[in-house]
Design a protein around this ligand. Sequence first.
Ligand code: NAP
Length: 247
Amino acid sequence: MSVMIVTGGSRGIGAAVARAAGLAGYGVVVNYLRDAEAAGSICADIASDGGRAVACQGDMAVVDDVAALFETAERDLGPVTAMVNNAGATGLAGRLDEADPDMIRQVVDLNLTGLIYCLRAAVQRMSTRHGGQGGAIVNISSRAAELGSAGDYVWYAASKAGVETVTHGLAQEVAQEGIRINAVAPGIIETDIHAAAGDPGRVDRMAATVPMGRAAPPEEVADAVMYLLSGRASYITGAVLNVSGGR
Ligand code: NAP
């Protein structure tokens, strides 16, 4: 069985990816930070569709939790062949000169440093250089990486630019070791992240700025992720796929 880890798989885009992975026949490890009930309900959904899933609590900004996540995956489901680095946060929306430094550090620790820890752990296990069987990885970036998020969360945008840079670089580093690494850059997606940033009306407000005139449900992002993980994307590595309605 192919085994996929989805970080932040309990809600939003991660939950949609976890469900799609279960339907595609992967054994799925649904990582979460706090919401055990949401993670359990995604696992139950996957099981009721005939798949296998386990929930695993862990803070993806903490390197020991990243290692423990892989140990759980290998013990409960088998060697990991796919990974979606999705766990992320914006912090409270606002100008940089009014932002709390600890919040900025927490966002960068999770979105960038933690994601790099996850990639390191994945390469150590998947790379043929280390006796692994290879695999595919998708990092969840954001259109913020290019647009900059002025007035909202420039620190978040900067962390996502780092996600795209590590995607380009590491994809080349492991290109001959059986691992493909790509990124998906979502635009305005209907999840809890906007309310968590203190701006629950953001999706409706921003939808008008999208060339296609609408935001998107997380399933439309999950479809792009599943494509990049699949054999149909066998010659694609180091790419960033915008899923943003033209924005
Ligand atoms: P969300 O609805 O707020 O869900 C966040 C998920 O990440 C939850 O499963 C949460 O777990 C988990 N999480 C948070 N902190 C964590 C940590 N330290 N360790 C492990 N898991 C953690 O967010 P979303 O909108 O789906 O965002 C998912 C990804 O897409 C993020 O990387 C985000 O930057 C990116 N993105 C989102 C949008 C958008 O418009 N929504 C646009 C561009 C990019 P709990 O349930 O336990 O809290």
